[in-house]
Every structure is written in structure tokens, then in C-alpha cells.
Design a protein around this ligand. Structure first.
Ligand code: NDP
Length: 296
């Protein structure tokens, strides 16, 4: 029987333990605060930030949302960032990606106070992660680690193939799984669009993580028997549904499930974990800034 890993249930557990931490903050007269910054009116980004704000409300984090018009200049955004850096009630924040063309996103990332960079994208935080001294683990890779732990996958000594080398998923996940740590110690192979014989790299892996953005690229013929499959991909494909589309992952679920010992679904796998780990990083940021000790 293949274990279908329930990301919603694991994320619920994480949120419950964060609620306990937040009660400890209350005793100290502090409410952890998370700000989201949205530049423009991209509908998908609007949905993402509203979900993040709703998550904050549910666990008792003080959510603040800042919206700038689509024609906001770099200086406008820089001023917002400086204000958030100086705001003692905002312990963490993020600028929703993508930003309009006139904005240099790398400059944005560099300007964020690294102590408030709950996405973990600031070069200082990337460096710390690579050095094995992570302050904030980026949310999606951290969520993948938690899902593996929830499925009792001991990564030590395992061959793990990651398909995708992005700044936000593939690369940080590879670094985390490589760390000399209980949730690391894996032998990691990272694949990308120039990789030759991708199927050979995935088929020989104990764990396959797909983070590509290509609907159902990885099928059952590319999965070794008994492997664990984590599907990060979220792709809209046309379908005869009310909305006219459905969400599918980077993995062809049914054929991969035939081979796998455990697999995440899309939706309901990695997605809820990414959201939960943002809350986790916010509580961690608040703990460090306010000197409130919590059991994270
Ligand atoms: P990017 O587009 O930044 O990176 C995609 C990676 O896949 C690149 O490294 C690219 O290679 C590689 N790639 C593209 N085509 C192939 C191919 N045919 N074979 C092998 N590798 C290939 O994507 P992201 O990492 O941002 O996102 C990946 C997916 O995960 C998307 O569907 C996204 O929506 C989803 N996602 C889901 C999240 C969640 O919470 N569930 C969070 C973040 C992302 P190259 O570098 O050579 O171009």
C-alpha cells in the first residue's frame, strides 16, 4: 500500500504547535507580526498574499498587508521596506514575487533586514544556510523536510534526486538535505533542464523531489520501486471543470503511485506546508527579536 502523505494534516500539526508558542508570547505581552507587500494586482499573487494573511489570523499572528500600485517605483518600494525594517511590531515580512518590471527584485531582497527575512532569500541568510547555520530555512524546502520526517523517511545515507535547481526550491533543498544533520546527511543529485538522461537519475533514487513547473513530467517509469516521491509542482492545466482548469503537479500521480512507497498529492501535499513554514519562520523571528523563548 502506498502511503499518500497528507500535507494538510502535517501543516495542521505545525500550526497547532505554533499556537502554543503564540500563547507564550501573549504571556510576555508580545504578538508576532508578519507583513506582506504586494506591488501591482497580479491575481495569483493577490490570492497568495490573502491566504498568508488568513493563515496569520487563524494562528494569532498579527498580519499587516501593504499594497503598492503596479507603477510604484523602486524608491517607493524601498521606502516601504525601510519602514518595515524599522517597525518593531513587524517581526517578519516578504515582498511577493513576481514584482513589476521596473522593480529590481534582487535589490529588494538585499534591502530587507535579514533578521526579518522570513522567506530566507537575503544573501546573508542564503550564506548561513549553505554554511550549515541557517537562520530561516526557506519555506518550501523546510516543508519538504517536515513531510519526509512525517512519513518516517530517514534521509541519512539516502540517494535523493531533486529535479529543479531554482533559488527558492531546488538549491536550498539540496543544501538542507546535504547538511550534516538529522534531517540531512543525504547524497543529493540536482537535475535541471540541461541534465542528460533524467529518468536514469530519478529511477535510481530513494527519494525523488520534483520542483520543475512542468505538468506530470515525472511518470511512474521514472520512479524506482519503493521510492518516496515529493511533488512540489503546481500547474494549471485546462480541464472540464467549473473554473476551466485543474491543478496538477510535476509528477503523474497515478503511475508514480504504483511504484512509490509514499507520495504527496497535488493539491494537499507541499503547498500547505509552504504556508505553515512561513508562520513558523515568523514565530522564530519574533522569538529572536523579542527574546521570548519558545519550543520550535
Ligand atoms: P523555476 O522555474 O524557478 O525552476 C524550475 C527548474 O526546473 C529549473 O531549475 C529548470 O532548469 C528545471 N527544469 C525545467 N524544465 C526541466 C526539464 N524538462 N527537465 C529537468 N529540469 C527542468 O521554478 P520554481 O522552483 O519556482 O517552481 C517549480 C514548481 O514548483 C512550479 O510548478 C511552482 O509553481 C511550484 N512551487 C510550488 C510551491 C508550493 O508551495 N507547492 C512553492 C514554490 C514553487 P534550468 O535551471 O536549467 O532552467
Amino acid at each position: 500500500m502506498t502511503d499518500v502523505i497528507d500535507g494538510n494534516a502535517v501543516a495542521d500539526d505545525i500550526r497547532s504547535s505554533l499556537e502554543d508558542c503564540i500563547a507564550t508570547f501573549e504571556d510576555a505581552g508580545v504578538t508576532p507580526g508578519l507583513a506582506t507587500v504586494l506591488v501591482g494586482d497580479d491575481p495569483a499573487s493577490e490570492t497568495y498574499v490573502s491566504m498568508k494573511q488568513r493563515d496569520c489570523e487563524e494562528v494569532g499572528i498579527n498580519g499587516v498587508h501593504v499594497e503598492l500600485p503596479a507603477d510604484a517605483s523602486q524608491d517607493d518600494l524601498n521606502s516601504t521596506i525601510d519602514e518595515l525594517n524599522d517597525d518593531p511590531e513587524v517581526h517578519g515580512y516578504l515582498v511577493q514575487d513576481p514584482t513589476p518590471d521596473q522593480i529590481d527584485y534582487r535589490e529588494v531582497i538585499r534591502r530587507i533586514d535579514p533578521a526579518k527575512d522570513v522567506d530566507g532569500f537575503h544573501p546573508e541568510n542564503v550564506g548561513r544556510l549553505v554554511a550549515g547555520d541557517a537562520r530561516f530555512k526557506p519555506c518550501t524546502p523546510h516543508g519538504v523536510q517536515k513531510l519526509l520526517a512525517s512519513a518516517n523517511v530517514d534521509t541519512e545515507g539516502k540517494d535523493i534526486t531533486i529535479v529543479g535547481r531554482s533559488r527558492i526550491v531546488g538549491k536550498p533543498l539540496a543544501n538542507l538535505l546535504l547538511q550534516k544533520a538529522d534531517d540531512g546527511n543525504a547524497t543529493v543529485t540536482v537535475c535541471h533542464s540541461r541534465t542528460q538522461d533524467l529518468a536514469e537519475k530519478t529511477r535510481n533514487a530513494d527519494v525523488v523531489v520534483a520542483a520543475v513547473g512542468a505538468p506530470e513530467l515525472v511518470d511512474g517509469s521514472m520512479i524506482g520501486e519503493g521510492a518516496v516521491v515529493i511533488d512540489v509542482g503546481v500547474n494549471r492545466v485546462d480541464a472540464d471543470t467549473e473554473k476551466g482548469y485543474e491543478l496538477v503537479g510535476d509528477v503523474e500521480f497515478e503511475s508514480a503511485k504504483e511504484q512509490a512507497s509514499a507520495i504527496t498529492p497535488v493539491p494537499g501535499g507541499v503547498g500547505p506546508m509552504t504556508r505553515a513554514m512561513l508562520l513558523y519562520n515568523t514565530v522564530k523571528a519574533a522569538s529572536e527579536q523579542e527574546g521570548v523563548d519558545v519550543d520550535l
